[in-house]
Write a protein that binds this ligand. Sequence first.
Ligand code: FRU
Length: 530
Amino acid sequence: MRYTLFLLGFMVISLISAAQMTVKEFNIESQYLNIPVSMEQERQMVKFVEGADTVTYSVIRISDGEPDYWVFKDVSAWKGKTLKMVFSRHVKGLDKIYQSDRFAGQDSLYREINRPQFHFTTRRGWINDPNGLVYHNGEYHLFYQHNPYETQWENMHWGHAVSTDLLHWTELNTALYPDTLGTMFSGSAVIDHNNSAGWGKDAMVAFYTAAGRKMTQNVAWSLDNGRTLTKYDGNPILGPDRDPKVFWYEPAKVWVMVLYDDNFLVIYNSKDLKSWEYKSRNKGFYECPELFELAVDGDQNNRKWVMYGASGTYMTGDFNGEVFTPDAGKYFYSWGSQYAAQTFNNTPDGRRIQIGWGRIEQRGMPFNQMMLFPAELTLRTTREGVRLFCEPVREIGKLHGRKHSWTDLSGAEANEKLHAVNGDLLHLKMDIGIVGWWTFEVLYRGNSLLNFDGNFNRFNGAPYTCDDPGSLRFKVEMLIDRTSVEAFIGNGKLFISEGLKPAKNNDGLQIRGNTWVYSMEVNELNSVYQ
Ligand code: FRU
């Protein structure tokens, strides 16, 4: 009896949901489908179907009244074909979905009030981890975790942008869509110079996690500079958990994968990029692993390996292609908004360049979060031992506009001079000492961006000691964009990144505290969208 009731209930529910289901057909003539979104709406499942096959799916908050913002799907691949959208629930917004060669809001793209002007942000939707960072044929590729349909985390796709100079990024079409194995979680990319996988010499090969009922590792390849990634038909290639970082280990001529699995960073080897053999594991890190080698103080005969996880805490040590043996750590070099940073494979000049996800809310915008400014990582000997340093890539210099520079000023004199600085995109470098008391602060538009507390020895809460412990003298470099600030203390020994608070006043940069400014340089920056 109970079973019959259950069955009856189930049939009624199925009938109701089938009744609510709406199918819309679009004969695709234009580049985009524009979709109205309201954050008050529940997410509903939307399937994109071509012929009889589901091409991909997402959950979208399609508006029932006035949309909060519009998002788009690039449908140029279906031009001349019919694309069906199957909705699980009928709302008014379904009838507002329209095709166009422009996406809604495109006319003001990159001129929105809170749009970062020299950091990568996506046109629409949410982004988190950088993925598949790789240099190839003159381009830096930045793939990333992307929800194209909302300003919150969901529906992970791989977005894709390219740059020739690490400054100007062109956002391309979505690189990886959710499929029957799951949504597209984080991973990495390599260039297969020797054609180990058989997809062609110099193929770009991307590794990603599919997050479905289980997490699996998968691979896709491209012979057209990353413009189309073809998923391997033998996927998945490996079991749990997530975030494969793959690189080439030259001494053993082997591919290495570091994978986050069950609280370990697990190391695998492969000859063909498809079958992977377990080698070893390290405890102490969470998500988004990295493992790379750096020269200490630039000495190529003295090299060390660095292992880090998503939070940016790291260990240094040795690596023989199969086993990472830590010799020091865990330390941290990054503090604040950065998470899930990754470094580029295959850089042309051997620099170890990192991009981190800046967990920074882009208030009132149809896009959310940002990538932090590309930074070069180095290992240097300090009073406390060998440490990881992080500094903005030198390319920032290409954005310099008007330059102001002064030497030997009291803090009060520096504040007077700083009134001459204009603009809200700034690159500051200073050498500053505390004269009296034990603290100093850098303010911008009435908010504290940086504060050093010499009593507890902390910058914005992060423990910090200078190499000359008695001096209370600091090298400070800062990048200020519309919505973010990045500070590199002591030539990058400590990297701090944070979101900017809404301006309290119109004052630009000011220093508070009894300080002596040995030197100060402020560069007004040009927007990359000029
Ligand atoms: C880190 C992370 C990864 C995962 C991805 C999903 O921010 O949780 O472990 O692959 O984000 O978006």
